[in-house]
Design a protein around this ligand. Structure first.
Ligand code: HEC
Ligand code: HEC
Length: 230
């Protein structure tokens, strides 16, 4: 159909404008059950609770911003962030966009305790099985070597504006938490950013912030981060 009447043109344009505004507003519905199902694949390496494993060979995913997880999965899928271990799990057929949204939402909602609440094993309502379950989910990063006070000062000045006051990340800006992550894993990623294998700041891909610090300074920052969950 061709429309020659200018008035009708205007009405069509208006209708188009409102229908596209309405659909932009509806983010696709998240299916957490699908996320949980997909997680069974991930659990073999990252753990059923997304707690990671093998001292950081597999990173913690629990509680990370959903958009950060989703972006990393898209980068793996596009081969822009190398990850041999995960390649077979993230090709387009295995991991279309709606699945990425579901698994990312599922993992970002998992909260891992950093401490066990006080309990009295002599109390009549003490539940040893429940206690064991809690202990299994506990996530405590062992103290890493380095000068915690010096690291805290560097962190506050150079990292906190993006990674949050105490290292727990920023959900809205999709910046990952560094506190509560394995020290080994963080070292490996720092090395990748310095070598340009990963891009630290997508808005300024050439800028290598972490290359500006000495190994000693970075070690101190990681020492401080390892104490954030104490
Ligand atoms: C065969 C083991 C394996 C499986 C299965 C696996 N991963 Fe991974 N994953 C890894 C390894 C190894 C890394 C770390 C790569 C690196 O050092 O850069 C990683 C890294 C990640 C990261 C980056 C985290 C960060 O903080 O940068 C995300 C996100 C991730 N995996 C999500 C998933 C999801 C979701 C699944 C399930 C669909 C999954 N992985 C399945 C091995 C695995
Ligand atoms: C301008 C904001 C900004 C600043 C400042 C910043 N970061 Fe980041 N950082 C990010 C973003 C965004 C990511 C995720 C990038 C990606 O997709 O790989 C990230 C990721 C990381 C990661 C990888 C975490 C993971 O789970 O994969 C490490 C390690 C890291 N930053 C360390 C630091 C340290 C140490 C400092 C301070 C010296 C710092 N960052 C300062 C924004 C920032």
């Amino acid at each position: 159909m061709t429309v020659n009447n200018p008035k009708l043109h205007f009405i069509f344009a208006l209708a188009l404008f409102f229908s596209s505004a309405a659909s932009a507003d509806q983010s696709p519905a998240i299916d957490l059950q699908n996320g949980e199902d997909i997680n069974e694949l991930c659990a073999g390496c990252h753990g059923l609770e997304g707690q990671g494993g093998k001292q950081g060979e597999y990173p913690r995913l629990a509680g990370m911003p959903a958009e950060f997880i989703a972006r990393q999965l898209r980068l793996f899928r596009a081969r822009e962030r190398p990850n041999l271990a995960m390649l077979q799990y993230v090709d387009h057929r295995q991991m279309p966009d709606p699945d990425i949204a579901d698994i990312s939402a599922f993992l970002s909602r998992i909260k891992l305790p950093t401490k066990l609440p006080p309990a009295d094993p002599e109390a009549p309502d003490f539940n040893a099985f429940e206690r064991l379950r809690q202990a299994e989910r506990l996530m405590q990063i062992p103290r890493a070597p380095g000068d915690v006070e010096a690291g805290k000062a560097i962190y506050a000045k150079e990292c906190a504006s993006c990674h949050g006051g105490e290292g727990w990340g920023d959900n809205e800006q999709a910046v990952p938490q560094l506190a509560g992550q394995y020290t080994n894993y963080l070292w490996r990623q720092i090395d990748k950013y310095i070598r340009g294998v990963r891009i630290h700041d997508p808005e300024d891909p050439e800028y290598r912030l972490l290359a500006e610090f000495s190994q000693e300074e970075l070690r101190d920052v990681l020492a401080y981060l390892s104490t954030a969950d104490d």
